[in-house]
Structures are given as structure tokens and as C-alpha cells.
Design a protein around this ligand. Structure first.
Ligand code: NI
Length: 136
């Protein structure tokens, strides 16, 4: 059920908000505000070490000695936290690996940091998202 409430904002802040939501192609302010609130909840879940989900993206050098093995080994050590992974052979030298993870925020973050810090990993990101459980 939807509940309505009103928000008071300074004129300048509202103008900035309208510019912000127009750039992101929101059709109305309510949807934009709902998303911002949910973003806050996702951030809170990560900070409070709750059960979260996310995606680790790695671009790495295919020719680096034993790098592929180290990446696989780390994932096996934390296999309970790995939902799925996809390996793409980008070109002759580079691999792209996308790893979908789930678990306590700190564990997941720690795994991402270890993978990203490996020698030969050229680019790495952790996209922090949610299991969806607390996002209604
Ligand atoms: Ni590859």
C-alpha cells in the first residue's frame, strides 16, 4: 500500500533535485526518492555487515603466471559466497571475470579486495548491491 507524505525543500535544492532526476530519466520525483531511500538502505546494510549481494568484476592479464589459478583458488576457498561466475576471453591478452557474490558484507568485501589486489589484475570493482530482502 502506498502512503503519501509531503517534503519541504529549499527552492534551490528542489531545482537541483529536478535537474538530477531529469538527467537520470526518472519520470517523477516519487520514484527518484524511493530509489534514493533504497540506496541508503543498501549502504547501511554494507556498513552494518549484514547479509548482502554484489558483483565483483575483474579484468586481468591472461599471461600472468598462475594468476588464473590464484583467482580460482580464492573462489574455491569461499565457495559458499559465490553464486555464479562468468569468464570472458576479451582478446589475446585479457580476461574479464564477473563473480556474483553473497554473504556477510565484510567477508564479501574482503574477498573482492584480495582478488583486486592480485598482481596482474588490471581493473577490479565491487558493485555493492542487495539480496533484496529488506528492499520493499
Ligand atoms: Ni580468458
Amino acid at each position: 500500500m502506498l502512503k503519501r507524505f509531503s517534503i519541504s525543500l529549499e527552492e534551490k535544492l528542489l531545482a537541483e533535485f529536478d535537474r538530477f532526476i531529469a538527467l537520470r530519466t526518472y519520470s517523477n520525483r516519487s520514484e527518484a526518492i524511493r530509489d534514493l531511500i533504497r540506496k541508503g538502505f543498501v549502504q547501511e546494510a554494507w556498513e552494518a555487515d549484514k547479509e548482502v549481494a554484489g558483483v565483483i568484476t575483474l579484468v586481468y592479464d591472461h599471461h600472468r603466471y598462475q594468476l588464473q589459478e590464484k583467482i580460482t583458488e580464492l573462489q574455491h576457498e569461499l565457495h559458499h559466497h559465490i553464486i555464479s561466475s562468468m569468464h570472458v576471453h576479451m582478446d589475446h591478452d585479457n580476461c574479464l571475470e564477473v563473480i556474483v557474490v553473497r554473504g556477510k558484507a565484510r567477508k564479501v568485501q574482503n574477498l573482492a579486495e584480495q582478488l583486486i589486489a592480485l598482481r596482474g589484475v588490471k581493473d577490479g570493482h565491487l558493485s555493492m548491491s542487495s539480496t533484496g530482502d529488506h528492499l520493499r
